[in-house]
Ligand binder design. Structure first.
Ligand code: 5AD
Length: 352
């Protein structure tokens, strides 16, 4: 018998992660959906995603735009191009704009502060930034300019694994945990998350990760399957070296992703959880809907212009270039309606 769902602790989460009885799992899905409805309601918030730069100084072992992922055409959007996407998001009715990119020193503190101020002024949208491990001075300046939230996935709480997949830059040690806490003190809503099934991730560490979401009282939690990205170390020799023993290694499949989302919803009842693009790539016909029915309450339609989107391939299949921003936005709205949910209005923050 799997543990009761009403007082889940870390060991209960661990037991549920490897549960495979379909009647038990039905109970898990129902519970996650009920908790979602009770705490964040039927609204699904749309966040317009703009991938502002694919330059990156980091060498994260899994990421297709990492500095080590081979020569790649690089781009950095201009102020006006980003503003144009923000206007489009406003016209689609999106309450939040997410500006995401590689960790790119070419995106300077002053440049991004200007962009944030201009977007706030023109659209009034909530602004989420996701630009890597920037300095406290950058983060503070952007907060003062009006940024509301910051996304920085820690990917794993297993520190030995964390260090292997996030090599430090010369002179600095990668510390996403410390940054998240400092950003919270600066007044940001903070978002983090993990990929499911990275080599070396065990059922025990994944249970620790989910429990840490609660411990850190995270406002936004992104969970998607790990999709091996060609030319990255984790897709090659490093992945083979790190892989845990069969039976302990977490699978990078849809079921495990959905279990993680459902358990996360149950232990973090009022957090914002997106149904991720990576999940929809693993299961193009139903991934997005399955996520929404098992805990998620957010979708992030891509507003990046197609000529840039094609270059932002952090994992294979990510760059759905044949779809216009309008088609992606319409698709999200029709999915929400089909599921009997409503399109969220307003900024849709956890605290606002
Ligand atoms: N597979 C799946 N997700 C990935 N990300 C980066 N590389 C991969 C990959 N190979 C995720 C990271 C990042 C988010 C935008 O995409 O978790 O935070």
């Amino acid at each position: 018998m799997p543990p009761a769902l009403d007082h889940l602790d870390r060991d209960g989460i661990r037991a549920w992660l490897t549960e495979d009885d379909s009647a038990a799992l039905d109970a898990l899905w129902r519970r996650a959906d009920r908790v979602r409805r009770a705490h964040v309601g039927n609204e699904v918030h749309l966040r317009g995603l703009v991938e502002v730069t694919n330059y990156c100084v980091r060498e994260c072992a899994y990421c297709g735009i990492a500095a080590c992922a081979g020569p790649l055409p690089r781009y950095r959007m201009t102020h006006d191009e980003i503003l144009e996407c923000a206007r489009q998001g406003r016209d689609f009715g999106f309450g939040t704009l997410v500006l995401q990119g590689g960790e790119d020193p070419g995106v300077t503190r002053a440049f991004m502060a200007d962009v944030v101020r201009a977007i706030k002024q023109e659209t009034g949208a909530a602004i989420t930034l996701s630009l890597g491990e920037r300095s406290d001075e950058d983060l503070r300046a952007w907060r003062e300019a009006g940024a509301d939230r910051y996304l920085l996935r820690f990917e794993t709480t297993d520190l030995a694994l964390y260090r292997r997949i996030h090599p430090s830059l010369a002179g600095t040690v990668s510390d996403r945990f410390g940054r998240l806490l400092r950003m919270r003190e600066m007044g940001y809503e903070i978002g983090t998350g993990v990929m499911i099934g990275i080599p070396g991730q065990t059922w025990d560490t994944l249970a620790d990760d989910i429990w840490a979401f609660r411990g850190y009282d995270i406002d936004m939690i992104g969970i998607g399957p790990y999709l091996p990205s060609p030319r990255t170390p984790l897709a090659g020799a490093l992945g083979q070296e790190l892989a845990a023993a069969p039976g302990e290694q977490v699978a990078n499949d849809e079921l495990t992703t959905l279990k993680t989302m459902a358990l996360t919803r149950i232990v973090c009842p009022d957090t914002n959880i997106p149904s991720t693009t990576a999940l929809s790539i693993l299961d193009p016909s139903a991934g997005r809907a399955n996520g929404l029915c098992r805990g998620a309450n957010v979708i992030m339609p891509n507003l990046t212009p197609p000529e840039y989107r094609v270059l932002y391939e952090i994992y294979p299949g990510k760059a759905a270039v044949h779809e216009t921003a309008q088609a992606l936005a319409d698709g999200a709205v029709s999915l929400i309606t089909t599921l009997g949910r409503t399109v969220g209005s307003g900024p849709g923050g956890r605290r606002s």
